[in-house]
Design a protein around this ligand. Structure first.
Ligand SMILES: Nc1ncnc2c1ncn2[C@@H]1O[C@H](COP(=O)(O)OP(=O)(O)OP(=O)(O)O)[C@@H](O)[C@H]1O
Ligand SMILES: [Zn+2]
Length: 459
């Protein structure tokens, strides 16, 4: 395979060559488990699930995604929820697993939890002391950034600008404003572990450096996460890991998904503009939401609007419609993924292009009568859908299944859309008018055109 991936480290699309010809190691930063994850948190889950599925077709893949179960956000949530940290993190982890499963995401090969890797973190911090990169002050251990000249190679932010841009007040004990925490003290009300620097807990960044080292070694192939993690989290991970093991170690390809925005603003817990998956699953099936997260190229921002889910639903209806008479148990005529789908994914995971190829395959299937040619294409559509984590439900049950959002469009909304469609038709913008018709159909609203007017009924 000739997979090309955009590497944040170089800012270029590069040919992917794993360290071992037949194995790939990949680490994705996982959730901090203190609350229900929001839809934005699932963009990396779904995007890198496609990467995992695709790589698995060609390589033996070890996919590690951590669970951050010790963090100040968790400690604060424990205080407000009244639950113990164990109960809170376990419950949140379970929700995360359920939600990921409903989006059709495969379980990673290994899912390490931070709290079971404290000795590894302590050992790594000791190495940083040996390398002259860490210091202890007022029970805190900090990484001394000026001692690592390569710092900033991922985010390409100059140290001067980082300091100027720092929003938080710089703690007085820091030797340099850009130094960051490796270990900090805990009081008796906070979770903590004994360490050479007293009773305390790790900083967030050291968690990922220690867990990736334990499960993937000093050097591995891919490290991924959301773009919001490039600085400081990933920059600091690089500083710790290369600081301990030498330049040229650690992750070789850095992949970052664009953020999910809502009305142009990053969806995030701190801004309060988030939608949980649980809420969204009341309106749409997991597969529809999965597709909605894949409709935009993974590096671009993805803006969630009222049209996103209906559009995803209409696409799935069309694709499943082409599989309506498909017998997945029939002797396989083809187990191959469509070559154009492979080519699209090889091009920095161009999932929207792969989807448009699935659309064309469906169009060809619709034109064919029952027979071996039709079955062959249906097989190709089905196996190609699988690499995107789509089209694996029974087509009949998908097509008969209802999504409750069809109830959601009010009469006023429907009429507003019909007016927009009429205007589009008058402007001869048939792409737009068809899109509105398909979107309404996905909402269970059927349009009936007559020369004089358009009427509608719910299906
Ligand atoms: N709006 C978003 N769009 C895409 N990815 C996101 C978004 N928000 C978070 N992520 C990603 O989700 C993963 C988990 O992030 P993290 O646990 O830091 O989120 P969080 O604690 O919910 O923070 P917040 O919601 O305040 O950003 C990371 O890979 C992060 O990049
Ligand atoms: Zn991380």
């Amino acid at each position: 395979m000739t997979l090309c991936l955009h590497n944040t480290l170089t800012g270029k699309i590069e040919l992917f060559r794993p360290l071992h010809p037949d194995r790939v190691s990949m680490y994705v930063c996982g959730p901090t488990v203190y609350d229900r994850a929001h839809l934005g948190n699932f963009r990396p889950v779904v995007v890198f699930d496609v990467l995992y599925r695709f790589l698995k077709k060609f390589y033996d893949v070890t996919y590690v995604r951590n669970i951050t179960d010790i963090d100040d956000k968790i400690i604060n949530a424990v205080r407000t929820s009244g639950k113990s940290i164990g109960v809170l993190t376990e419950e949140t982890t379970r929700f995360f697993h359920e939600d990921s499963q409903s989006l059709g995401a495969l379980q990673p090969t290994i899912e390490p939890r931070a709290t079971t890797h404290i000795p590894e973190m302590i050992a790594l911090i000791k190495v940083l002391f040996d390398q002259g990169l860490a210091y202890e002050v007022q029970e805190h251990v900090l990484f001394h950034v000026p001692n690592l000249p390569s710092y900033g190679e991922l985010s390409h932010i100059r140290r001067k600008d980082m300091i100027a841009g720092a929003r938080v007040e710089v703690a007085p004990y820091k030797k340099d404003p850009s130094d960051f925490i490796l270990w900090k003290p805990s009081d008796e009300t906070q979770p903590g572990w004994e360490s050479p620097w007293g009773y305390g807990r790790p900083g967030w960044h050291i968690e990922c450096s220690a867990m990736s080292l334990k499960h993937l070694g000093e050097s591995f192939d891919i490290h991924a996460g959301g773009q919001d993690l490039i600085f400081p989290h990933h920059e600091n991970e690089i500083a710790q890991s290369t600081g301990a093991h030498g330049a040229g170690t650690f992750a070789r390809y850095w992949l970052h998904n664009g953020v999910l925005t809502i009305n142009g603003e990053k969806m995030s817990k701190s801004l309060g503009n988030f939608i949980t998956l649980t809420d969204l699953l009341q309106k749409a099936r997991g597969e529809t939401i999965r597709l909605a997260l894949l409709l935009t190229h993974y590096r671009q921002p993805l803006d969630l609007t009222d049209e996103t889910l209906p559009r995803a639903r209409a696409i799935l209806n069309r694709l499943y419609g082409a599989l309506e008479d498909f017998d997945r148990h029939s002797p396989a005529l083809s187990k191959e993924i469509d070559t154009q789908v492979v080519t699209a994914l090889e091009d920095d995971l161009n999932i929207p292009l792969a989807l448009s190829r699935l659309h064309s395959l469906a169009s060809e299937i619709y034109k064919l009568p029952t027979g071996s040619q039709r079955s062959l294409l249906q097989h190709t559509l089905w196996t190609s859908g699988e690499v995107l984590g789509l089209l694996q439900s029974e087509p009949q049950s998908w097509l008969q299944g209802k999504e409750s959002s069809s109830q959601e469009l009010s009469v006023e909304e429907i009429e507003e859309w019909i007016d927009k469609r009429t205007a589009a038709r008058q402007a001869k913008n048939f792409i737009e008018s068809d899109r509105i018709r398909d979107m309404l159909a996905a909402h269970g609203v059927l349009l009936l055109d007559s020369p004089a007017s358009t009427t509608w009924r719910r299906t």
